[in-house]
Ligand binder design. Structure first.
Ligand code: 6PG
Length: 478
C-alpha cells in the first residue's frame, strides 16, 4: 500500500510522523508555516523516503489527489483553528482533515460539525508515544465518522505500533471520541506517574536508598506485573547522573511539576460526568501543590511533622520494598479502572460506541501508558463488555486483594511518618468506599434534609421523604 498524504506542522511530533509515513513507503507532502522547519526536516531526513516539501497550503492541497488526506500537527486551540480556517476553503467535498494534536474533545466535536457542513471529513485523532512513538509507531486513537475512517484508517493503522501483528490504532467512535479517550489516556498517565513518584519517595525516605538503587528496584519491578514503559524509564531517569555536578539527576531537577492541561481537562470532564477519578485528580493536584512555591516555603518553616523515624516499619527492607510494590500495583489498577469508567460514562453521554477492550488493545504498545497489564485489561473487557468496574473482575479482584496488605501498610506508614502519598491513599479510600456495605452518605442525606429540606429516600419504602425538623419531626412524603 502506498498512499498520498499531506502533513502540516513540522515541529518534532509532526516531523517524526511525516518521516514515519515516508518510511512506510507513502508519498508525503510536507508543509510548515515557516519554511525553516521544512528545510530542516528535508536537510536532516529527506532520505527517509518520499518526502515532498511545499511552501504554501495551496501547494500542499494542489499536490494531493482526491480524496485528499491532510494531517494537522500544530498546537491545540487557536493555532489549530487558524490552520483549519486557512486550509478548509482549499479542499473539496470528501477530503479528510486529521487533527493529530492534543485537542480538547469539545473543540473536536465543534470542528467536526462545522467542517461536516462544508462537506469535509474531520478526524480528531489522539496520538500518543511522544517523539519516539511518532517516528517508530505511536498508538493512534481516531474519532470521526466511519466513512472518514475508511479513507484514513488503513494509513494510520499502517504507521502505528503493532502487537502480534495487530495495529495499535482503531476507530474509537464518532466526532470527539478519539480526543476524549486520548485525554483520559493522559489523565491515567498523570496518575501512573504520581504513583511512581510516591513509590520512589517512600523508598527514599523510608529506606534511605539512593536514586540509583531505587532505579535498580524499578528495573526489577519492570520484569513482573508492573512491566510498563513508565516503570522502565523511571529506572533510566533514576540511574542517570547529572553531568555538571556528578549528583543524581533527580536531585538537580526543580521539584515543581508542570502540565500542558490534558490531566486537568480529564478531571474537569470527570466532575461534569460525575465519575470519581480520584487517582487522576490527586495527580493533578499534587502537581499544582508542587508548584505553590511560596506556600511550600512558608509551610516548611512552621508546620510540624510527626517527628517519628522509620525504624519499626522498615527493619525488613525487602518486605517494605515489596509492600511499596504492592501499593503501586493496587493503586495503579484503581487508577486505570477509574479511567475506563470515565470513558464508559463519556461514551454514554456523547453517544459513542467505545469498545473498552479494543481501546486497551491499542494501548498495549506505542503510547506512554503502554504496559503488559493492558493485555489482561483487554481480555477482561473483551470477555465482559458490560463489566461495571474493572475491580470486580475475578483476576483484578484477586490481584488487588493479594496486594492489599502491603498497600494498607504503606498508606498507614506514610501517614504515620509524614510522607505525602495522596495517590496511594485516595486509591485505597476509593477501594474501601466501593466495597463498603453501608456508606455514610446516608448521614449526608440526613443533613441535607435537616438544613435545606432537600429530601431523602428510605431503604424500606419507595418515594422521597422529608422530616419536619423544626416542628414535631414527623416524616412527610415529599
Ligand atoms: C503522549 C503524551 C503527550 C503529552 C505529554 C506531556 O501520550 O504522548 O501524553 O501527549 O503531551 O505527556 O503532558 P503534560 O505536559 O500535560 O505533562
Amino acid at each position: 500500500m502506498s498512499e498520498q498524504i499531506g502533513v502540516t506542522g513540522l515541529a518534532t511530533m509532526g516531523a517524526n510522523l511525516a518521516r514515519n509515513l515516508a518510511r512506510h513507503g507513502h508519498h508525503v507532502v510536507v508543509h510548515n508555516r515557516t519554511k525553516a522547519k521544512t528545510d530542516a526536516l528535508m536537510g536532516a531526513h529527506g532520505e527517509d523516503g518520499d518526502l515532498v516539501p511545499v511552501e504554501s497550503l495551496e501547494d500542499l492541497v494542489g499536490a494531493l489527489e482526491r480524496p485528499r488526506k491532510v494531517i494537522i500537527m500544530v498546537a491545540a486551540g487557536d493555532p489549530t483553528d487558524a490552520v483549519i480556517e486557512a486550509i478548509a476553503p482549499l479542499l473539496d467535498e470528501g477530503d479528510v482533515l486529521v487533527d493529530g494534536g492534543n485537542a480538547r474533545y469539545t473543540d473536536t466535536i465543534r470542528r467536526t460539525a462545522e467542517l461536516g457542513e462544508r462537506g469535509l471529513h474531520f478526524v480528531g485523532a489522539g496520538i500518543s508515544g511522544g517523539e519516539e512513538g511518532a517516528l517508530d509507531g505511536p498508538s493512534i486513537m481516531p474519532g470521526g465518522s466511519a466513512e472518514a475512517y475508511a479513507v484514513i484508517g488503513p494509513l494510520l493503522e499502517d504507521i502505528s505500533a503493532h502487537v502480534d501483528g495487530e495495529p495499535c490504532c482503531t476507530h474509537v467512535g464518532t466526532d470527539g471520541a478519539g480526543h476524549f479517550v486520548k485525554m483520559v489516556h493522559n489523565g491515567i498517565e498523570y496518575a501512573d506517574m504520581q504513583l511512581i513518584a510516591e513509590a520512589y519517595d517512600l523508598l527514599r525516605q523510608g529506606l534511605g536508598m539512593s536514586p540509583a538503587e531505587i532505579g535498580d528496584v524499578f528495573a526489577t519491578w519492570n520484569e513482573g506485573d508492573l512491566q510498563s514503559y513508565l516503570i522502565e524509564i523511571t529506572a533510566e531517569v533514576l540511574r542517570h547522573t547529572d553531568e555538571r555536578t556528578g549528583k543524581p539527576f533527580v536531585d538537580v531537577v526543580l521539584d515543581e511539576a508542570e502540565q500542558k492541561g490534558t490531566g486537568r481537562w480529564t478531571v474537569q470532564s470527570a466532575l461534569d460526568l460525575g465519575t470519581p477519578v480520584s487517582g487522576i485528580a490527586e495527580a493533578v493536584f499534587a502537581r499544582a501543590l508542587s508548584g505553590h512555591v511560596d506556600q511550600r516555603a512558608a509551610a516548611q518553616k512552621v508546620l510540624p511533622g510527626p517527628g517519628r523515624d522509620w525504624d519499626d516499619q522498615v527493619a525488613d527492607r525487602e518486605a517494605f520494598t515489596e509492600s511499596v510494590r504492592q501499593a503501586l500495583y493496587a493503586a495503579k489498577v484503581v487508577a486505570y479502572s477509574q479511567g475506563f469508567d470515565q470513558i464508559a460514562r463519556g461514551a454514554e453521554e456523547h453517544g459513542w460506541d467505545v469498545d473498552r477492550g479494543a481501546l486497551a488493545a491499542i494501548w498495549r504498545d506505542g503510547c506512554i501508558i503502554r504496559a503488559a497489564f493492558l493485555d489482561r485489561v483487554r481480555q477482561v473487557f473483551t470477555d465482559e463488555p458490560d463489566l461495571t468496574t474493572l475491580l470486580t473482575n475475578e483476576y483484578f479482584r484477586d490481584a488487588v486483594a493479594d496486594a492489599q496488605e502491603g498497600w494498607r501498610q504503606v498508606v498507614a506508614g506514610a501517614a504515620r511518618h509524614g510522607v505525602p502519598a495522596p495517590g496511594f491513599a485516595s486509591a485505597l479510600a476509593y477501594y474501601d468506599g466501593l466495597r463498603a456495605e453501608r456508606s455514610p452518605a446516608a448521614l449526608i442525606q440526613g443533613l441535607r434534609d435537616r438544613f435545606g429540606s432537600h429530601t431523602y429516600k428510605r431503604v424500606d419504602a419507595e418515594g422521597s421523604f422529608h422530616t419536619m425538623w423544626s416542628e414535631d419531626r414527623r416524616e412527610v412524603e415529599a
